[in-house]
Ligand binder design. Structure first.
Ligand SMILES: [Zn+2]
Length: 105
């Protein structure tokens, strides 16, 4: 069974590998007393581009795990550390990519 494989890949991901993958990372705020949430009724969301990730990789080091990095992220609106991250290009598991033949060379 490989059900936990994707999760393990995610845990091992580093800032260096995120830059190499070239996928933007979406970050959003889970704080229900965030001013943005109270004003708009939506969670504050921002996207880190590869250029942003390169800046973070230079600051923290490319070997910094993504888990450690996301723990340092703060909502730009309310300053809360209760934020979630998702990598845009990781919807599919490697097995699914292989099955549709869309795995990049
Ligand atoms: Zn917030």
């Amino acid at each position: 069974m490989t059900k936990s494989q994707g999760r393990d890949d995610w845990v091992r991901a580093t800032l260096g590998s995120a830059v190499r993958d070239g996928d933007p990372v979406t970050v959003w705020c889970n704080n229900r007393v965030c001013g943005y949430w109270l004003e708009t009724g939506r969670q504050y969301r921002t996207v880190l581009t590869v250029a942003d990730l390169e800046t973070y990789a230079e600051r923290y080091g490319p070997a910094t795990t993504f888990i450690d990095f996301s723990a340092r992220l703060r909502c730009r609106h309310c300053g809360s550390g209760d934020v979630s991250t998702i990598v845009a290009g990781h919807h599919k598991t490697p097995a699914e990519r292989w099955r549709d033949g869309s795995d990049p060379p």
